[in-house]
Ligand binder design. Structure first.
Ligand SMILES: CC(C)(COP(=O)(O)OP(=O)(O)OC[C@H]1O[C@@H](n2cnc3c(N)ncnc32)[C@H](O)[C@@H]1OP(=O)(O)O)[C@@H](O)C(=O)NCCC(=O)NCCS
Length: 139
């Protein structure tokens, strides 16, 4: 298995992976999300591939100067339980630490509570916060 930065030719495979993993939403155009990420810290958007080059997983991360953030963590359903997710998270943690990032944050949809145990297993704690958001661009 290899972790490398996302390449434009990964687009279809990555979007299929996100759809399979239940991460896409009608109000979020994944192609626009990918295009935006290409303009901001693109090196923090990485994929895990097998020896044949198949995309097994992805994660999109960033550092805003205060917190690191992680989105679109996904492992292909037939490749789960083999360490892909752990490796992707470890990669992001190392890359953000290298940038001096003191804390990594992420959000879990309330419709996806089962993934919380995965993050807790990797050392993440539940913060006493309420997540708010405001859409600035309608996709
Ligand atoms: C969450 C997800 C990325 C995990 O990927 P994965 O490649 O199967 O995870 P790994 O095989 O690397 O597992 C790492 C460790 O977490 C544990 N783990 C995996 N899923 C777990 C779960 N749901 N609850 C508790 N522990 C879990 C594994 O047993 C493993 O433990 P170990 O390394 O100590 O043996 C994958 O289930 C997924 O793509 N889910 C759908 C998308 C999603 O919900 N993404 C997160 C959005 S916030």
């Amino acid at each position: 298995m290899q972790i490398r930065p996302f390449r434009p030719e990964d687009t279809d495979a990555v979007i299929a992976l996100w759809q399979d993993a239940g991460l896409t939403r009608p109000w979020n155009d994944p192609r626009k999300d990918i295009a935006r990420k290409a303009t901001v810290q693109p090196e923090l958007f990485v994929v895990a591939t097998d020896d044949g080059g198949r995309v097994l997983g992805s994660v999109m991360a960033g550092y805003d100067g205060h917190r690191g953030w992680m989105n679109y963590l996904a492992t292909a359903s037939d490749a789960r339980g083999q360490g892909v997710g752990r490796l992707l998270v470890a990669h992001v943690e190392a890359a953000l630490l290298e940038l001096g990032c003191p804390k990594l944050s992420l959000q879990v949809r309330t419709t996806n509570p089962q993934v919380v145990a995965f993050y807790e297993h990797l050392g993440y704690g539940i913060d006493d916060t309420i997540a708010l958001g405001k859409r600035l661009i309608t996709d």
